[in-house]
Design a protein around this ligand. Structure first.
Ligand SMILES: [Zn+2]
Length: 281
């Protein structure tokens, strides 16, 4: 009898289901908006003139293995109409950033119940001013970025200068913990968050694929694809390499089709209007 009891106890132990790990969830927010301006300013081949006001997408991923931020938006210095002189005048005049102080990533995290010092990983898609703007708010985080993009941030090709890389965004952040990537990377080693190398827009642009338990797989394209017009065959007007850009767009499209995924586009006003400012589980 006693033996049976021990066996039963062992069986019970073996059959104990571990407490479920809380699943990841993703929030889509924006660092204010750019615009309005003619879509042709961004996409010169677009057939029609159309005024657009576009989001500056940032993402908060609450994952059981750590809190992740994907892109940190425009620098806090340009909030509340103070764009010049932090950005060059031409960018302020053309982009017309509407960012308020409350739109900046630290305040967005606070609104969601987090703080900047709880962020374990910052994934920066690329080093343009609307994506890397506030990495300095995360001195304790691991910063996942393509190594090539770090080179480009500090010394862009001449044709890619002109204000889109702002030294003030990252010059004091050289000694941060950079996870210097060279290609794709499975962030937590379990396939739930995969950084995808999608060069073209810049030398080391990257996107992020996230598997969500209810929503399914989403691909956060972050400037590999700006908006629907790019998916419709009109390329972005700002590229390091049009060949790499085209390959990256096609790669993400095929990944979308093969994995039944949804592409979430950082500067698409219509998609953000319906899907932004929401949690995805
Ligand atoms: Zn952008």
């Amino acid at each position: 009898m006693r033996k049976l009891g021990i066996v039963a106890a062992l069986l019970a132990l073996l059959c104990t289901v571990p407490a479920p790990v809380s699943a990841q969830k993703l929030y889509w927010t924006t660092s204010g908006m750019f615009g309005p301006f003619d879509i042709k300013a961004l996409i010169p081949t677009y057939p029609d003139s159309k005024q657009v006001t576009i989001p500056i997408s940032m993402w908060v991923l609450d994952h059981p293995k750590g809190l992740v931020v994907i892109d940190t938006g425009n620098n806090v210095a340009i909030s509340d109409g103070k764009c010049k002189p932090y950005w060059v005048a031409g960018f302020c005049d053309m982009l017309q950033p509407s960012q308020k102080r409350a739109d900046v990533i630290d305040m967005q995290l606070q609104k969601l119940g987090y703080s900047t010092d709880k962020v374990k990983v910052v994934i920066t898609s690329h080093a343009h001013l609307d994506h890397i703007g506030n990495i300095k708010m995360f001195p304790k985080a691991i910063h996942a970025i393509q190594k090539k993009e770090l080179y480009q941030a500090w010394w862009p090709e001449k044709f890619q200068r002109g204000g889109a890389f702002v030294m003030g965004d990252f010059a004091d952040a050289r000694d941060f913990n950079y996870l210097e990537l060279d290609g794709d990377y499975d962030l937590f080693g379990d396939g739930t968050v995969v950084v995808l190398s999608t060069p073209g827009h810049t030398l080391g642009n990257q996107s992020v694929k996230v598997k969500l338990p209810e929503t399914g797989t989403v691909i956060i394209s972050q400037d590999a694809i700006w908006m629907q017009a790019n998916l419709d065959g009109y390329p972005a007007g700002l590229n390091y390499s049009i060949l790499d850009y085209t390959n990256s767009v096609n790669r993400l499209k095929m990944m979308r089709d093969l994995e039944n995924a949804k592409i979430l586009m950082p500067h698409d006003q219509d998609q953000f209007a319906t899907m932004g400012n929401k949690w995805y589980k």
